[in-house]
Design a protein around this ligand. Structure first.
Ligand SMILES: [Cu+2]
Length: 83
């Protein structure tokens, strides 16, 4: 059985600075979740460094929109792990 075509979800990753606790994670997750394409957000919190944020999307989301959502939450995107 081949089911790979049925799931077209993609994962986009960005590095976010300034996050220090679960509240920060919740804020970023909440803002990113407001984007219609976003289906899930996973944060690998790294206090004092760059936290890796993995975003599951139904369609590619422009980096600028991800950046805006992160900034809306009060944090900064240090970079994207993908081109
Ligand atoms: Cu916090």
């Amino acid at each position: 059985m081949k089911e790979e075509d049925e799931m077209s979800n993609e994962i986009q990753e960005v590095l976010v600075t300034g996050m220090t606790c679960a509240h920060c994670v919740a804020s970023v997750t909440e803002e990113l979740s407001e984007l219609p394409e976003v289906q899930g957000v996973t944060v690998d919190l790294r206090v004092g460094g760059e936290s890796r944020v993995s975003i599951v999307t139904s369609a590619p989301v422009d980096d600028d929109r991800i950046r805006s959502a992160v900034e809306e939450a009060g944090y900064a995107v240090a970079g994207s792990t993908a081109e």
